[in-house]
Design a protein around this ligand. Structure first.
Ligand code: ACO
Length: 433
């Protein structure tokens, strides 16, 4: 991918030798020092545990400004997309670098509809997981297995990308709903092409022979919004995983499966489940906020307030703001009164005034209120992170596609500083003490 080289350079002085490093500039003025030749020229690597200040690629997909709380997909404000688009439109935007017109959207939807079923043989897989299996592990395994049933059609994965990406977008929804039905011991509900993307998913989840599910437009609208808000977030942990794994040349399904696994972690997408668990614990403990806030502040206690803090946002997560409002609205429409929502409001109010959290810029993130919405629409807690994966999928695919189309891409292979033993003499087994 070509980028703008500025006429500025950075000078690095090491023991009297000066190294001149190019500075590149992104569209929004973000600047980076290009250190890719530093090792060759100086013998030094850079060390940045957790990649706190390391750019791994250039990208045209998502822009975020963590200080101002700005998030844009392909240049469009997240607020506008969340208010005006369907998730499928946003998936198209991410994958194709532009919003679809009516006929483009229709043919994109047509592909999604065409691929909605999964091979019947795959349905037997669900029978062999224990009933308590995590839906995230099932999702990762099933997505990884798709390549065996739907192998890539040509040697160049980019040739089939429209087919593979719509196939994945469609089937992940069916897999997620089937895994829930299997875990409940209920009969599977097959996809119906007369329903929208989100309506179809809700119907596959909740329709029962004894009680047909009524797809409510307000619930569909809320789910669309949630999925849009999760659709991409530049080089986060799971997306970087998709890129890293993909850079080794594996198929798209395997790379996405790895992303699902990364997302599972409670510091990442698993936080939406952890938030509800945490709120339930606080509720059951007589709403003893102080106890849990003190635990979160205690350096010797691993406990953290789930749903607070973000690597990039040092202000309120713009997605969190939209979700908080959506949460309030949908609970009103559904006439659901959830004590966890009141608890969440109170916790947020206390935290935002607490010096520890203020000093560290710890604000609610995307996961703080999303779980309360999922609860209200009937999604069980252990499926929350699966919902995140459904939303993030178009972002993962777009990033994978971008990486494959970028001639600058090389296999991802970080360096290290070795701190182990110096060379030592080998001792045969019988002589070891
Ligand atoms: N509760 C209490 N303290 C926190 C929290 C929290 N939720 N988050 C950060 N801190 C503290 C850290 O202890 C650290 O304090 P110190 O400077 O005294 O050592 C400081 O704030 C900076 O935290 P780091 O861990 O260095 O920040 P990092 O960018 O590495 O971590 C993360 C970001 C993982 C999101 C962190 O804020 C966290 O664990 N949050 C809770 C889990 C969560 O909600 N994850 C979802 C994130 S959004 C997403 O991935 C979809």
């Amino acid at each position: 991918m070509s980028y703008k080289l500025t006429d500025q350079t950075a000078q690095l002085s090491i023991n009297g030798s000066i190294y001149t490093l190019p500075i590149i500039e992104g569209t929004m003025g973000d600047r980076a020092i290009d250190i890719s030749n530093l090792l060759q020229e100086s013998g030094y690597i850079t060390l940045d545990s957790g990649y706190k200040n390391t750019g791994s690629c250039t990208s045209t997909i998502t822009y975020l400004d963590g200080n101002k709380g700005i998030l844009r997909y392909r240049g469009y404000e997240i607020e506008e997309l969340a208010d005006n688009c369907s998730f499928v439109e946003v998936a198209y935007l991410l994958l194709h670098d532009g919003l679809p017109n009516v006929s483009e959207l229709e043919s994109f939807k047509g592909l999604i509809e065409r691929f909605a079923l999964i091979h019947e043989d795959m349905i037997h897989f669900f029978d062999h997981f224990p009933s308590h299996a995590s839906p995230m592990s099932i999702l990762s395994v099933m997505v990884n297995s798709l390549v065996n049933y739907y192998p890539e059609l040509s040697d160049d994965p980019m040739d089939d990308i429209d087919i593979t990406s719509t196939r994945l977008l469609s089937k992940i929804r069916t897999i997620a709903a089937f895994s829930y039905k299997k875990s409940m011991g209920h009969p599977l509900v097959y996809p119906r092409n007369d329903l929208s993307y989100c309506g179809n998913f809700l119907n596959m989840m909740f329709d029962k022979p004894v009680k047909p599910y009524v797809v409510r437009p307000e619930v569909v609208a809320t789910l669309n919004k949630l999925l849009i808000l999760h659709a991409d977030h530049e080089q986060n942990c799971s997306t970087s995983t998709v890129r890293l794994v993909g850079s080794a040349g594996v198929n798209l399904y395997a790379a996405i499966s790895a992303g699902i696994t990364a997302l599972w972690g409670p510091l990442h997408g698993g936080a939406n489940e952890a938030v509800v668990d945490m709120l339930e614990t606080i509720y059951a403990d007589d709403c003893n906020f102080e106890k849990y806030i003190s635990k979160a502040k205690d350096r010797n206690d691993p406990f953290r307030l789930s749903g607070f803090g973000h690597r990039v946002y040092k202000t309120y997560d713009p997605r969190g703001k939209i979700i908080k409002k959506a949460c309030d609205e949908i609970l009103n429409v559904l006439e659901v009164s959830d004590p966890l929502l009141d608890l969440a409001y109170q916790l947020e109010e206390i935290v935002l005034k607490d010096e520890y959290f203020v000093e560290r810029n710890l604000y609610p993130n995307v996961d703080f209120y999303s779980g309360i919405i999922y609860r209200a629409i009937g999604i069980p807690t252990n499926m929350f992170t699966v919902m995140f994966a459904l939303g993030r999928l178009p972002g993962w695919i777009s990033q994978w596609k971008e990486m494959h189309g970028d001639p600058a891409t090389r296999i991802g292979r970080p360096r290290q500083v070795y701190l182990g033993e110096k060379p030592r003499d080998f001792i045969p087994l019988e002589e070891r003490e």
